[in-house]
Design a protein around this ligand. Sequence first.
Ligand code: PEP
Length: 249
Amino acid sequence: MQKPVFAANWKMHNGPQETRAYLQRFLAAYPEDPSRTVIFFPPAVSLAIAGFALRERPEILVGVQNVYWEEKGAFTGETSAPMARDAGAKVALVGHSERRQYFGDTDEVTARKCAAACKAGLIPMLCVGERLDERERNATQAVVLRQFKTGVSRLEPSQIANMVIAYEPVWAIGTGRTARPEDATAVHTAIRRSLREMIGPKAAEVPILYGGSVNAENAAELLAAPEIDGLLVGGASLDPETWVRIVRA
Ligand code: PEP
């Protein structure tokens, strides 16, 4: 049984000074626990300071919230995967629903970003999830599997075996509505089946996280559900003490 993964997506919160203050409080409340993996996704401008603040806790990883697929060049405002790695990132979030909704990241763009992350030695955490209208017309699994299959279409099987997947129903992100554990399990099971078709028994080792209005009260129940290997948390990760309670769920 792999270790549960707890990933904090700070979105556009916590600049460098706030990151330093947050991590001081978090580290004071969270002694090393080898039974779980913790990942922070700060904004790109705070990556280096997060890496520095966590330098004595190598078991806690830092990730970048988004990368561009080119390595360098005239792409004003973008961050490449090698640059994020240089700043301390080990993981790259790709295909988050806010990227898809507000910045036009398509399945194909997401696939390029996944490939760029792998090429730079970052672990891609690929986010997939259906909108409410898609759930209401029973298209959840079709949408999620399309996003997943296209997202990994540029990866080698060995790269797929080393990635992380996050199922985040769009209607649950930041809304206070959470998927029922059994509904999340059904989607995770479908993703796992698809993974098995691609990479065989190694599919069992790929963590599939749930995200969408997770908080300190519902985290344990979600984690206990079959096929939920960890949690990706936005809003509730912004308070360090609440985040410690979730990580200990
Ligand atoms: C997210 O941003 O990935 C997320 C799940 O947000 P929230 O926990 O706030 O719903």
